[in-house]
Design a binder for this molecule. Structure first.
Ligand SMILES: NC(=O)c1ccc[n+]([C@@H]2O[C@H](COP(=O)([O-])OP(=O)(O)OC[C@H]3O[C@@H](n4cnc5c(N)ncnc54)[C@H](OP(=O)(O)O)[C@@H]3O)[C@@H](O)[C@H]2O)c1
Length: 239
């Protein structure tokens, strides 16, 4: 990483892919507002970021709510004087449910909130701060489930396609001032897979650090890529 250490917000940074992205940027001195809904794991990652050479501001926040998104904007105001260089919309939640068993509230609406609203709201609330940066960049952690259809994915797949759509709308409206990148990982070895109701082998999956490296590369690139696809390695998912 050669550019000046950025001022960042990473949502869902207390474990998995978000944590790996935070540590990747921390090694290069980034100042990062990190958030998650639970405090204890967030505090642990705060320590890890500081040990790695970055600065962390932990904010307990549910970014699927407007209140949660506004808490991030307040943290940026207080810690970065209202200027933000990088927003990584990473928070999300995976749950596979057969289509005919999908309930309206606890599956469909919940997965839309967790994976679509949670991308839109932080972006809306942080755009004014991003527009004050000399080189703003929004990177949305989407999924290959936003490129293709997978079974048992009514809620998750619809939400990720929606988040991909929002990513395109953001670029159409602000692409002349804000760099916008969609990251599309296949299966990644994180706790999101605990209890997944189909055969999978976490040892064969992508590592969270591979996604983090792709995010850092996209941020460093002179011309930001519109999309980065990381395919699932053979044998990781399915019987
Ligand atoms: N793992 C995969 O195979 C895979 C593949 C493609 C794309 N992705 C996407 O990558 C992203 C990260 O996935 P992951 O596998 O790293 O998940 P994970 O291990 O379950 O971690 C999710 C993180 O997000 C936080 N979070 C969840 N909902 C939140 C909310 N509403 N507000 C604030 N924080 C929230 C969690 O902390 P709390 O629970 O404390 O809030 C946690 O820090 C997700 O968007 C996921 O859809 C994952």
């Amino acid at each position: 990483m050669t550019r000046t250490a950025p001022r960042m917000v990473i949502t869902g940074a207390s474990r998995g892919i978000g944590r790996a992205i935070a540590l990747e940027f921390a090694r290069h001195g980034a100042r990062i507002v990190i958030c998650a809904r639970r405090q204890a794991p967030l505090e642990e990652v705060t320590q890890e970021i500081q040990r790695a050479g970055g600065e962390a501001v932990p904010v307990v926040s549910d970014v699927s709510t407007d209140h949660g998104a506004r808490l991030l904007a307040i943290a940026v105001e207080r810690n970065f004087e209202g200027e933000l260089d990088v927003l990584v919309n990473n928070a999300g939640h995976f749950r596979a449910v057969p289509m005919l068993e999908t309930s309206l509230e606890s599956d469909f609406h919940a997965l839309l909130a967790a994976n679509l609203t949670a991308v839109v709201l932080p972006t809306l609330r942080l755009l004014p701060s991003l527009l004050r940066s000399p080189r703003p960049h929004v990177l949305n952690i989407l999924s290959i489930a936003a490129l293709r259809g997978f079974p048992w994915n009514t809620g998750y797949g619809s939400a990720k396609w929606g988040a991909r759509g929002f990513t395109e709308v953001l670029r159409a409206e602000f692409g002349d001032r804000v760099r916008v990148t969609g990251i599309y990982p296949g299966a990644v070895d994180t706790d999101a897979w605990v209890g997944a109701p189909f055969p999978h082998d976490r040892k064969k999956m992508l590592r969270p650090e591979q996604v983090a490296a792709a995010v850092a590369q996209a941020w460093e690139a002179k011309s930001a890529p519109e999309s980065v696809v990381l395919e699932t390695p053979p044998g990781a998912v399915g019987g």
